[in-house]
Design a protein. Structure first.
Length: 699
């Protein structure tokens, strides 16, 4: 099933059937921020435990799914997506003890299965999360092996929640050894020999665990054979931090501790595990810079940091004098942002050049070995493993190339295909073009535009413009089944690398934070204007899309420039900028946003773009489909609830404003494949229908 813009049935958007939205009651609730009051009429929707909120969700979903069910080609898109999705996916293997492990999905399994092979090549299922719950909404999160591979701790997420349960098993027999942990959040799992694991969590909050504030993270040690109530606090008892994590070095000698109060900048500590009475030693105090240990050889530490290096550098230091005044450059900063990994006794410097990968190999003395030949222009990841590994693996993908895994021999510098998926998509028929356009203040912004070769640029191509622009996150080229279906239907898919992201290092990130956050929205608006000016599309055929911080991006853009696009698709968005910091771990996002309690100036700035607070009566907003999950405890669904209520009350014209609330789902991680396909198909059907498509012609 393929649609091209030249064959699509265009025309004026058909007048929508009159939609009767649920009545959303209002209250006289007022919020107080920095001695100023702000009306909060839908405050009651924050109560995820109330029967009234549950009833509202039920009624909104009824309206939404009734509307979607009447789109004539909705099922056709879903069927094509299911067919295209149905191919085997195999991860890179990794060795633990006497077994080789890997994940595999036969195509449409809701959760990928962890398999293993023994030395003789005999395969068996190790963990199958599809059996964890009847509806496949319980997912496998982290899997951590003891250093000898004999013991395993794995975490599970139920209904998409960030709160995890930890289960311990014997690796050989796969039998539960009796220990388990509950109420674990934002944590890795790191073994100290076979004695036990380090993990992190918050005290269970009072009130709703899905929305109540979680502010003081602690690092614990769980000793096998003991009750969780006996677990000792390693860090965070006296020192109050929002995010704390602990990792044991590969040689089992050191514990590395990272502590932070926001998503940018961290402190770094180290403890010698060989001496139980050894103190925790400070490597970096304060939160001005990012710093992390990537490896050690004996007492020599290898550190990645943006201290005095906005694009990051690798330094070395001795553990006995680990502070910054003793650091020595190993891999100096360059013009490109650095993301390193280690394996097989080498360091792999993965640089990002205009949002695409360039990988260089170094030895542990900092000697340049080679630039690794990649299969094309796109995103390479992997190149990591244990010191003793003889071979490593990496994956490569771009917008038209499904992720392929390669075996890499680090001594020879040779790579070969390990696992190439067989996808019913003709990638060679499509192209990606990188352009640089000017934002409002003249800053050059990169954008990659993907479409079918031969597409006529006549302003009538259905287009999705995607963005994020925050938290130092970089949008690099990657294949997506749902995007492939969009391309097959004659659509154009564009990704703008906005300020606030990490594509050009710390300066690029900072240029889209706090009182400069408007730069991000200006960058996105300018991307849309560029696409229209160059006749890739027009306002009648443009949709904007983004999730989480990208949901904020869509919400702010559509309220500032509702004339610019036909469709808006904000997903799990941060949409109430005056109250975001009062929910779950939201206070940790203040580096990017600032908070309404910081100052009168910050309050006014946030209120000036907060989507919930900038919906106005009498404005014709684009057709909008908001998506969220009822168990999202990262960006609580109240953001989306309030935004939907405001839009439904104040919308002028016939464009629908709907909210699709997935039940037993969270922020996105671990969502079953079936739910993912259904949501993606609904988004595309809604988009095309509101652009005026009446049919989807087949080629």
């Amino acid at each position: 099933m393929v649609v091209s813009s030249t064959m699509a049935s265009f025309g004026q958007n058909p007048k929508q059937n009159s939609i009767t939205y649920p009545v959303t009651k209002t209250s006289e609730q007022m919020g107080v921020f920095y001695d100023a009051k702000s009306n909060d009429p839908y405050h009651w929707l924050e109560d995820d435990k109330s029967a009234a909120t549950a009833e509202w969700v039920k009624e909104e979903n009824k309206v939404t799914f009734d509307y979607l069910s009447k789109i004539p080609f909705r099922n056709t898109i879903k069927q094509r997506m299911e067919k295209l999705w149905n191919y085997e996916k195999v991860s890179a293997p990794f060795k633990e003890g006497e077994f080789t492990y890997y994940y595999r999905n036969n195509g449409l399994q809701n959760q990928s299965v962890l398999y293993r092979k023994d030395a003789a090549g005999k395969e068996e299922i190790f963990l199958d999360p599809n059996t964890f719950s009847k509806d496949a909404t319980t997912s496998l999160d982290d899997v951590s092996f003891s250093k000898d591979g004999s013991l395993v701790a794995y975490s599970i997420s139920e209904a998409g929640s960030d709160w995890r349960k930890i289960i311990f098993i014997d690796a050989k027999s796969k039998k539960n050894i009796g220990d388990h942990l509950i109420d674990v959040k934002f944590s890795n799992l790191s073994w100290k020999g076979k004695e036990g694991v380090f993990y992190s969590s918050y005290e269970k909050p009072k009130g709703s665990e899905l929305s109540a504030k979680t502010d003081e993270h602690k690092l614990y040690f769980h000793k096998l054979g003991t009750n969780q109530t006996e677990d000792s606090i390693v860090f965070g008892d006296k020192e109050k931090r929002r995010y704390v994590g602990g990792t044991v070095s590969e040689d089992n000698r050191y514990l590395f501790i990272s502590a932070a109060n926001s998503t940018s900048g961290n402190e770094l500590y180290i403890k010698d595990l060989a001496n139980p009475k050894s103190p925790i030693v400070t490597i970096q105090k304060g939160f001005e810079n990012d710093v992390d240990i990537i490896d050690n050889i004996g007492s020599k530490l290898f550190i990645i940091t943006n201290f005095n290096a906005p694009n990051k550098r690798i330094v070395t230091v001795d553990v006995h004098n680990p502070t910054a005044d003793n650091w020595k450059d190993l891999v100096p900063e360059t013009e490109q942002v650095l993301f390193p990994s280690t394996g097989a006794g080498f360091i792999f410097a993965n640089y990002m050049k205009d949002a695409v990968s360039v990988v260089k190999q170094f030895d542990y003395n900092g000697k340049f070995i080679r630039e690794i030949a990649l299969p094309g222009i796109g995103t390479a990841s992997g190149f990591s493993g244990k010191m003793k590994d003889k071979e490593l693996y990496f994956s490569f993908t771009n917008y038209v190339t499904p992720g392929t895994t390669y075996t890499f021999m680090p001594k020879e510098g040779l790579s070969s295909v390990y696992a190439k998926p067989k996808v019913d998509f003709q990638g060679d028929d499509y192209m990606s073009k990188q352009v640089f356009y000017s934002s409002k203040d003249g800053t050059k912004i990169p954008m990659i535009i993907t479409y079918k070769k031969g597409t006529v640029l006549n302003g009538k191509n259905p287009t999705i413009l995607y963005g994020y622009g925050g938290f130092n996150v970089s949008l690099t080229p990657a294949f997506s089944i749902s995007n492939a279906v969009w391309l097959e239907m004659g659509g154009i898919y564009a990704v703008a690398n906005l300020r606030g992201g990490g594509e050009y290092g710390k300066k690029w990130h900072d240029a889209g934070t706090k009182m400069q956050k408007q730069n991000v929205f200006d960058d996105f608006i300018a991307a849309a204007e560029y696409m229209i000016a160059e006749k890739y599309t027009s306002s009648d055929f443009l949709a904007i899309k983004g999730g989480s911080n990208g949901g904020l991006l869509v919400g702010a853009t559509m309220t500032q420039r509702p004339d610019l696009m036909k469709v808006a698709l904000p997903a799990v968005g941060v949409l109430d900028m005056l109250r975001y910091h009062t929910f779950t771990a939201g206070a940790g996002w203040a580096y990017d946003y600032g908070t309404a309690d910081d100052s009168k100036e910050m309050l006014a700035y946030l209120k000036g773009y907060s989507p919930v607070h900038n919906v106005k009566f009498g404005v014709k907003y684009p057709a909008t489909l908001i998506t969220t999950g009822d168990h999202d405890d990262r960006v609580v669904p109240a953001h989306s609830f309030k935004f939907a209520a405001e839009l439904q009350k104040k919308q002028s014209g016939d464009n629908p404003v709907l909210i699709r609330i997935e039940t037993n789902a969270g922020h996105g991680a671990g969502k079953p494949v079936s739910k993912t396909i259904e949501e993606a198909a609904d988004l595309q059907a809604f988009t095309l229908f509101n652009m005026g498509f009446k049919t989807l012609p087949r080629l």
